[in-house]
Write a protein that binds this ligand. Structure first.
Ligand code: MG
Length: 376
């Protein structure tokens, strides 16, 4: 008995964690794996998500989204990851495959050296944030599984504090919009995509069928700051809680002018990709929208949370259309958020993971180790 306790204590020291009741088996597995001196093995597979509805933004429409499903194997454990590549962001099956082909994780035999491993991945090529996120997520999943705990717990976040997720209503005809609002009955807050010449009609159509709180994403669709301010007042009077990226991502001055005067928070999305953009966004925006596919994964997302908190900015977590893999990874960060927009897996008809769900409109993290997903 004593020698077993010593062994678990040693293994936990090796793993850098306290011994948690119920997790001894996993830590033991880890120690055995370490002794075998396993290498990390990365593999990846392209997949195409089918969207339930045609998805229309201010500048594009589509019915599918390419994703890359990644795995990191270590002994008998597998960490799952994902890159999602909506075409307007510039990554594709080809670019992500080219990037991941250059990543050699077999040089690493200790998955707990996450900083070293992810610094190496970041340095393989500049850019490629979704490809990098797919490795980051898989590594987090793997390490969480070794420790035997979900990431929200490892970080010390409170899973009961997850926000409601908004459900996105794309730009469409009034009949389809009314139908979509009815289908979204479960959700407590709706996200409306604006940025065309039918903006007021969209809001009035939605208000004809529901009085739920709304948030609005313009995806840089408005050109003029005075028009944006007039719209902010008009939207505020109609129960809109915040306004996301109303104007060009490069126009910090107009956003700063608007943020100072707007009755509702102005959130930066396209303007804020990774940690380095948070300082630039201070003053120009009231808050930031963090997405794993923009910032390169869970490690950078946590850095952005810390920075935004230091600057007293509001926090939102968003997503692309993704399987429940990347959505679940993002969900572990959601207890720290003012708002969540994690409906990506709900918009597709061919998910390949089960993980975070939405229960009565609220982001609900699965009580499983790592990012908390099971492959279907
Ligand atoms: Mg947005």
């Amino acid at each position: 008995m004593n020698s077993r306790r010593d062994f678990i204590k040693k293994a936990s020291l090796l793993a850098g964690v306290a011994v948690v009741p119920g997790s001894a088996k996993n830590i033991t597995n880890f120690a055995i794996n370490s002794m075998k001196n396993d290498k990390l093995k990365l593999s990846f597979k392209p997949y195409t998500l089918e969207l339930k509805h045609v998805f229309t933004l201010a500048t594009s429409s589509r019915t599918t989204t390419p994703v890359m499903l990644t795995e990191i194997r270590y002994g008998d454990l597998i960490g799952y990851g994902e890159a999602s590549m909506p075409p307007y962001l510039g990554e594709s099956h080809e670019t992500v495959a080219a990037f991941l082909s250059k990543v050699n994780l077999e040089q690493f035999s200790d998955p707990f050296k996450m900083e070293e491993i992810l610094d190496y991945v970041d340095g393989v090529m500049p850019g490629n944030p979704a490809a990098k996120a797919s490795v980051d997520i898989a590594l987090h999943d793997l390490v969480g599984k070794i420790i035997g705990q979900p990431w929200y717990k490892i970080w010390g976040y409170d899973a009961t504090k997850t926000p409601y997720t908004s459900f996105t209503i794309g730009i469409d005809t009034p009949e389809v919009v009314r139908q979509k609002v009815k289908e979204a009955e479960e959700y407590k807050i709706l996200k409306v995509k604006l940025g065309r010449d039918t903006d007021k009609e969209m809001i009035e159509t939605i208000r004809s069928v529901t009085d739920k709180p709304l948030c609005v994403d313009v995806n840089q669709g408005w050109k003029d700051k005075q028009f944006a301010l007039d719209m902010a007042h008009w939207l505020h009077e109609r129960g809109v809680e915040f306004l996301e990226q109303p104007m060009s991502k490069t126009d910090y001055d107009s956003h700063a002018w608007l943020t100072e005067r707007s009755p509702i928070p102005i959130i930066g999305d396209e303007a804020v990709q990774g940690p380095k953009d948070v300082a630039k966004a201070k003053g120009a925006y009231s808050g930031i929208n963090i997405k794993l596919m923009k910032c390169g994964g869970m490690r950078n997302a946590n850095k952005m949370i810390a920075l935004a908190q230091a600057f007293d900015m509001k926090l939102m977590i968003g997503c692309m259309t993704e399987t429940s893999c990347a959505i679940s990874a993002a969900a572990h960060l959601s207890p720290m958020m003012n708002w969540a927009d994690l409906d990506g897996a709900l918009l597709i008809s061919n998910d390949v993971f089960r993980g975070t769900t939405v229960e009565d409109g609220k982001v609900t993290i699965a009580q499983l180790p790592g990012i908390g997903v099971e492959k279907l």
